[in-house]
Design a protein around this ligand. Structure first.
Ligand code: NAD
Length: 380
């Protein structure tokens, strides 16, 4: 059986779903690997490097899709890509089935099987395939790097012959995977880092990374925490307390990284226009929730703007692609682990075992049947 990766079509996308290294591992599972010419170029993987790893390089997406059984890619497929699927073909990529119902229908009509990397259940056994986490980790790191690049000062405090430099103060809102990565990056650069989350159980993780958890004077400490480790919308009283705290912090904070998300909803607005207005000129806000509407009032998705009082607000939605080599390496490893679970015989044959919680959870169509949403997983 052949597995292949095309060049990504989404504008500016630099990642690739197969690297020369991941191809070597896939071959050990019994697969023949194919790549579209130039697919790895933007991530730093040349056609020559793929050939050296035993990968067949083909010209054009048409030849790639026609010649392989399993297609591994990064972004959800475009309509033209789904048109190239058919019975017996399996697509593995990010898919977001809840937001892409028409695409799901089209995959069904084509008779194809689709495995959505964003639907991999977040259970311990599946961590090696958890591409949402591997990409969120990069986004959190890169958000701090982008902030630093736009902040005209040091992160770390210094005493120099030319004067004393205070450390930068960073506030991270939302301490999930991306937020914790941002906290780790900011503290390692020497900033004084504060973090807030509606889930009080993350306080310990925040503190263990050298940041300070921002406590609210609020009795119902579980407000905003839902089951399964995700957040729920906060009550109006809780939200008021939270915003009041942020207002108090705003004049003193140099960099704000927001990552707050609630499953199935637009991102909550947490860093409001008056808070941006209260920040010092030269301060920076990086809004990792931009794609879902943003946590900051001033965020413009995919853009960097400067507020009237000189605060830079960054709403880029392509942070993992901005570190394409690293992101491709981690994502292709997530894919390779998924293929390992899909290949129990290590014989280059895909077995889509629907009794397996992880495979069941990620499978959104199977041989032209829609299998989304999956039943809740049996193992926690
Ligand atoms: P996410 O991207 O859905 O949300 C980011 C963070 O924003 C969350 O921590 C959330 O609590 C927070 N948030 C929401 N509303 C907020 C508000 N009003 N103010 C402040 N913060 C707010 O989260 P994620 O990174 O996908 O992680 C979600 C959960 O999944 C976490 O508990 C994480 O530990 C868990 N997880 C488990 C596994 C695993 O076991 N394999 C893997 C990854 C993540």
């Amino acid at each position: 059986v052949k597995i292949g990766s095309p060049r990504e079509l989404f504008g500016g996308e630099a990642r690739v779903a197969m690297t020369p290294d991941s191809a070597v591992q896939l071959q050990k599972l019994g697969y023949e690997c194919v790549i579209e010419a130039g697919a790895g170029k933007a991530a730093g993987f040349s056609d020559e490097a793929y050939r050296a790893a035993g990968v067949t390089v083909v010209d054009g997406a048409e030849a790639l899709y026609a010649g392989v059984d399993v297609i591994a890619k990064v972004r959800p497929p475009e309509t033209a890509e789904v048109e190239r699927l058919g019975p017996g073909k399996t697509l593995i990529s990010f898919f977001y089935p809840a937001q892409n119902k028409e695409l799901l229908e089209l995959c069904k009509e084509k008779g194809a099987s689709v495995i959505a990397m964003d639907m991999v259940p977040r259970i311990s056994r599946a961590q090696k395939m958890d591409a949402l986490s591997s990409m969120a980790n990069i986004a959190g790191y890169r958000a701090v790097i982008e902030a630093g690049n736009n902040f005209g000062r040091f992160f770390t405090g210094q005493v120099t012959a030319a004067g004393k430099v205070p450390p930068a103060k960073v506030l991270v809102i939302g301490a999930g995977v991306a937020g914790l990565a941002a906290i780790g990056t900011a503290t390692s650069l020497g900033a004084i880092t504060y973090a807030f989350d509606v889930r009080p159980e993350v306080a310990e993780q925040i503190e263990s990374m050298g940041a300070e958890f921002v406590y609210l004077d609020f009795e119902a400490t579980q407000d905003g925490a839902a089951t399964g480790g995700y957040a729920a919308p906060s009550s109006p009283e809780f939200r008021e307390k939270q915003l009041a705290k942020f207002r108090e912090l705003a004049p003193d904070i140099d960099i704000v990284i927001t990552t707050a998300l609630i499953p199935g909803r637009d991102a909550p607005k947490l860093w409001l226009a008056d808070m941006v207005a209260a920040m010092k000129p030269g301060s920076v806000v990086v809004d990792l929730a931009a794609e879902r509407g943003g946590n900051c009032d001033l965020t413009v998705p995919d853009q960097k703007i400067v507020s009237e009082n000189g605060v830079t607000v960054i709403g880029y939605t392509d942070f993992p692609s901005r570190m394409a080599a690293q992101a491709s390496t981690l994502y292709s490893t997530n894919i390779r682990h998924m293929m390992t679970d899909l290949t129990p015989g290590k014989d280059g044959q895909v077995v889509q075992n629907m009794e397996d919680d992880v495979i069941r959870g990620a499978t959104v169509t199977k041989d032209g049947e829609i299998t989304y949403p999956p039943p809740p997983p049996k193992i926690k």
